[in-house]
Design a protein around this ligand. Structure first.
Ligand code: FAD
Length: 399
């Protein structure tokens, strides 16, 4: 019988597996996962798991009970030989595949100069990381320092304030989330952190770290010093592609795919989720990775379909990426690729991101209805001109 091997047992991997079965694939499905956990809901880690609102088990993802997959937990793929359709596993084990879906996601980055192997210093990507952070906060008394003003850093700072603990949020850019959500919403988020008592240090770098028995001194470029009993580095992530070095596949900020999820230069291999970089034809072929939950779901399903359909008949994967984040009871939603934008403009109360006269992204604060109403119209095909009627379309969605 045929075997499809899915490398990565996270969100993209499990949704791809489900789609294979829905499409009627009745061969063997093997899911290799570096982690020892069945798939779980990663967005909850920085939110409900750290605050303790959810027990770690509550974060488990539900999936098709009849999936009939072989789960190899705690079994990372170590290397790949595409020509032999073989993946190498620990202990010298070789596994043959007829088709492969790569869904290895990303790994949290660390920082040059930050203390390594210090139990008070953490990153956040996995359930084990989240539990370690939670315990480290519980077992310490002083300041919690969060480094990084992106989504995950902001969410962690909010969660730690929720626990009533002293928090410093240290970020290189002058405004939190600035580049990703636009200046207005970035300012609202920055103000909210301040209002809720987060000690903000923005527009600064870290000059050096001093480890002491009672805590870690963080010396900033503007002369400020924070002394923290727990540190979380939230400074971005890099694609989990180390195992593909030497495979001959093209690794450039992720694994390079064509427009239909097929890995360039390989037969019968597709990729999805955070690790996949592909040209999205809806955005004039912009070559990007997308690190959002919904892209792992939609991309996982599309990759599974396109693997079964085969390269020659495969359909382009052209999603309108969407994301959300939440802090202090506020929800920010986004659609498209705001990162491509060079300017912003108002679109029915949303921040619209413009590149070359075309709308490429939308971000709204507490405006899910407007995002839903505006998204399909504005991204109908290959991005649209600014003067399309969609711009004046009144809000229709229920509150
Ligand atoms: P992952 O879910 O990371 O799964 C990849 C799996 O592959 C991992 O288990 C990994 O261990 C495993 N793996 C890696 N290498 C190997 C190997 N060589 N062999 C075998 N297995 C391997 N998105 C939003 O849209 N909204 C949010 O609010 C939001 N919040 C988030 C909060 C946090 C703390 C984090 C970390 C992410 C958040 N995201 C959010 C992003 C979202 O969770 C990801 O986009 C999504 O999980 C990506 O799915 P994936 O399957 O590509 O990768």
């Amino acid at each position: 019988t045929e075997r499809i091997v899915i490398v990565g047992g996270g969100l993209g991997g499990v949704r791809a597996a489900e789609r294979l079965r829905e499409m009627g694939f009745d061969g063997q499905v093997t899911i290799l996962s570096a982690e020892r956990h069945l798939p779980y809901h990663r967005p909850a880690l920085s939110k409900q798991v750290i605050t303790g609102e959810w027990h770690p088990d509550d974060a488990r993802l539900s999936f098709d009970a009849d999936l009939d997959a072989e789960w190899r937990l705690g079994t990372p793929a170590l290397s790949l030989e595409p020509d032999r359709q073989t993946v190498w596993l620990p202990g010298g084990e070789q596994m043959k595949y007829d088709g492969m879906i790569i869904a290895t996601g990303v790994d949290a980055r660390t920082m040059n100069g930050a203390p390594r192997h210090d139990p008070r210093v953490h990153v956040l990507r996995t359930l084990d990381d989240a539990v370690a952070i939670k315990n480290s906060i519980r077992d310490s008394q002083g300041l919690v320092a969060v480094i990084g003003g992106g989504f995950i850093g902001c969410e962690i700072a909010c969660s730690v304030r929720h626990l009533g603990r002293d928090v410093a949020l240290i970020a290189r850019s002058p405004q939190l989330l600035g580049g990703v959500v636009g200046d207005d919403i970035g300012k609202t988020i920055t103000d909210a952190h301040r209002h809720h008592g987060v000690r903000l240090a923005t527009g600064v770098g870290i000059r050096h770290w001093v480890r002491q028995p009672g805590g870690i001194g963080i010396h900033l470029s503007d002369g400020q010093v924070f002394f923290a009993s727990c540190v979380v580095l939230a400074v971005g992530a890099s694609p989990a592609v180390e195992w593909l070095r030497g495979s001959g596949l093209i690794i450039e900020d992720g694994i390079l795919c064509d427009a239909t999820n097929h890995v360039v230069g390989a037969e019968n291999i597709v990729a999805c989720g955070d690790v996949a970089r592909w040209p999205n034809m809806r955005f004039n072929g912009a070559l990007r990775r997308v690190e959002h939950w919904l892209n792992a779901v939609e991309g996982g399903r599309a990759a599974a379909e396109n693997l079964l359909i085969g390269k020659s008949a495969a359909k382009p994967y052209t999603p309108v990426p969407r994301f959300w984040t939440e802090m202090y009871g506020m929800r920010v939603q986004g659609a498209g690729l705001p990162v491509l934008g060079k300017d912003t403009t108002d679109v029915n109360g949303l921040t619209g991101f413009i590149a070359d006269g075309k709308l490429v992204g939308l971000v709204g604060l507490e405006a899910p209805g407007r995002i839903i109403v505006n998204t399909p119209e504005l991204f109908r095909q290959n991005t649209v001109e600014l003067d399309r009627p969609a711009w004046t379309k009144p809000e229709q969605a229920p509150a």
